[in-house]
Design a protein around this ligand. Structure first.
Ligand code: BG6
Length: 594
């Protein structure tokens, strides 16, 4: 997935494009480029981060331009493969986010017609096709080109002699920001906030024709009217605010994110989804679909729903569901996705909808594709998350899941009251973890010297062991694996030795004794153990090498305090290893290609 941006206004466009691309780098950062329209089209591309492009770029004049930051899918990150791509005459330039699946066939056709290709990308067929249909009107040429393209795309196109930009969307996200004497388009909201909070979300099959004063939207050749949304995010939300990294800022925002989620919680409210949504006991259960960190929130929800509501829950990787012959027999589905744009998730949502599955999406981005595909949407109020590694959005997902489950009448009243009062105390518990940051950083320094780590947990914290391992993998490049603690002896034990530390999540619930047994088994194989233990746990302390105390929450809500601890552990381990924490290699914030 990549980030695209386009600007039409009355200000020099180059600095605007570069600032906007920096706000989209979480979408891909292996190469970047800009095209500025003045008398002709001037193009500059470079490999690496946008700051490298900014340093190497000559100054172009012009008030119309497009830009791109790349996450390579077709062709390595080189200057030639970087976007924008042009047609044979250089009078057209295109930036693209998505994958054109029939590009090979189109390329052969165009080469037979005399077009010369420079790059290995799928994207380059687009400017050549537009050139093929161009007869002096960019809107018409783009309209004739789109039906030839298979796959996903969000594109922005400029042409010599045309004081406007044409954009189009199918599958990949595209938002138009409505300014005064200027309009700006982008793959996501953050770069728009500097200019406006009034936006239009483009839907699949729609084309935008944009000048500095007008925005026209058409579909199948006819003009349509689109609603304007007002975004409640502020420019500060997308700045680092004095923190070294967005990840650390977003970790520190979590007490407020939790407070915002629980402050107006009224357990007597009618839940967004009621009894029939959850499936019937012994019959078809509930399906939870997600990818990456969101999948781990699904595992925590599975445990909570099965324990509190006695309903069977299937948790599946969306990428696995997509290519199954048969749709999984589920009553309905909950889809967890921070961005609401992860292609694997969107494809599986379409598949489930075709199978008459009712879908509740829990997402962090209003207007996102998932929110428009779902039957119902619950928004996590985490605010914009720019660090590639998900932190506050995960905690916000857990909060919305707990709140939703605790609204269900089947939940035992006593347990409901206990858990609600615990969630109301959670902002303080989260702050307690942050107050213990320096100790966690010391433990991280210890872990940062190793190249292999294991994370173990049981019950509701099994998913958190997986999340802890994913976090440290994502940003510190240490090879880490998460396991259900009881599974170690069935194979992974073979890897345990004195330079394979184990991080153990010890929860004082029905899993406590078994967990201590597992720790003793690990210790007998000479592996160092760092344990996350509760304030009043003095047993585990005697068995392990290092401890990190977490507040005494209810065992069912302990995933929140354990996760924040593991986020900090990963952050500082990556810091000690000098890793590019916000932009880890080969990753992107949400992947909009399958
Ligand atoms: C990956 C991100 O690309 O997508 C992860 O790097 C994220 O942080 C995963 O968890 C799923 O994204 P989303 O937006 O669908 O929750």
């Amino acid at each position: 997935m990549c980030g695209i941006v386009g600007y039409v206004g009355n200000k020099p466009t180059q600095p605007i494009l570069l600032r906007a691309l920096k706000k989209l780098e979480y979408r891909g950062y292996d190469s970047a480029g800009i095209a500025v329209l003045d008398r002709g089209i001037s193009i500059h591309k470079d490999t690496g981060r946008v700051e490298i492009l900014e340093r190497s770029a000559p100054m172009f004049s012009g008030v119309i331009g497009i830009g791109h930051t790349r996450w390579a899918t077709h062709g390595e990150p080189t200057k030639v493969n970087a976007h924008p791509h042009v047609d044979c005459t250089g009078k057209l330039a295109v930036v693209h986010n998505g994958v054109i699946t029939n590009y090979q066939q189109l390329k052969e056709e165009l080469i037979r017609e005399g077009h010369k290709f420079l790059s290995e990308t799928d994207t380059e067929v687009i400017p050549h096709l537009i050139e093929k249909y161009y007869a002096g009107d960019l809107e018409t040429a783009v309209t004739e080109t789109l039906p030839r393209l298979k796959g996903s795309y969000a594109i922005a196109v400029i042409a010599k002699t045309e004081n406007r930009m044409v954009v189009a969307k199918n599958g990949s996200p595209l938002v138009i920001g409505l300014g005064t004497n200027e309009n700006i388009v982008a793959s996501d909201i953050p770069p728009l906030l500097e200019y406006t909070n009034r936006v239009i979300y483009l839907d699949d099959g729609e084309i935008g024709i944009i000048t500095k004063d007008t925005v026209k939207i058409s579909k199948s050749g006819r003009e349509i009217t689109k609603s304007i949304s007002v975004v409640d995010w502020k420019i500060d939300d997308v700045e680092k605010g004095g923190y070294d990294h967005f990840m650390l800022k977003e970790i520190h925002e979590q007490p407020n994110v939790i407070r915002k989620a629980i402050i107006n919680y009224d357990p007597s409210l009618t839940p967004m989804v009621g009894g029939d949504f959850w499936g019937n006991k012994g019959g078809k259960g509930l399906l939870i679909l997600a990818c990456g960190t969101s999948y781990h929130a699904g595992l925590v929800a599975k445990y909570a729903i099965e324990e509190l509501m006695d309903i069977p829950v299937l948790v599946e990787f969306a990428s696995e569901v997509n290519h199954r012959e048969r749709v999984i027999p589920a009553a309905n589905a909950i889809v967890l996705t921070q961005s609401g744009e992860t292609a694997d998730v969107l494809v599986s949502m379409k598949k489930l909808k075709a199978a008459n599955c009712s879908i509740l999406a829990i997402t962090n981005v209003r207007g996102s594709s998932a929110s428009r595909l779902a039957n119902k949407t619950l928004y996590t109020q985490a605010g914009p998350e720019l660090s590639v590694a998900a932190t506050k959005s995960f905690i916000a997902q857990l909060m919305e899941l707990y709140k939703l489950i605790l609204l269900q009448p089947v939940v035992n009243e006593g347990l409901r009251q206990q858990l609600i009062s615990d969630l109301r105390l959670m902002p303080n518990y989260a702050q307690q973890i942050l107050d213990n940051e320096s100790h966690i950083s010391d433990c991280a320094m210890y872990l940062s010297q190793y190249s292999n780590l294991f994370y173990i947990g049981r019950g509701i914290n099994y998913g958190i062991a997986l999340e802890g391992a994913l976090k440290i993998k994502e940003i510190s490049y240490i090879h880490a694996e998460g396991f259900a603690a009881g599974e170690l002896k069935h194979g992974p034990f073979a890897l345990l030795q004195k330079d394979t530390p184990v991080v153990a999540i010890v929860n004082q619930d029905s899993t406590y004794d078994a967990m201590l047994t597992n720790i003793k088994e690990v210790k007998s194989r000479k592996s160092p153990v760092i344990a996350l233990i509760r304030e009043d746990d003095h047993e585990t302390e005697k068995l392990v090498d290092m401890i990190i105390r977490v507040p005494n929450t209810h065992s069912m809500s302990s995933p929140i305090v354990n996760t924040i601890t593991l986020q900090l552990l990963a952050y500082y381990a990556a810091k000690y290893r000098g890793c590019p924490i916000d932009f880890p290699r080969n990753l992107a914030k949400s992947v909009t290609v399958e």
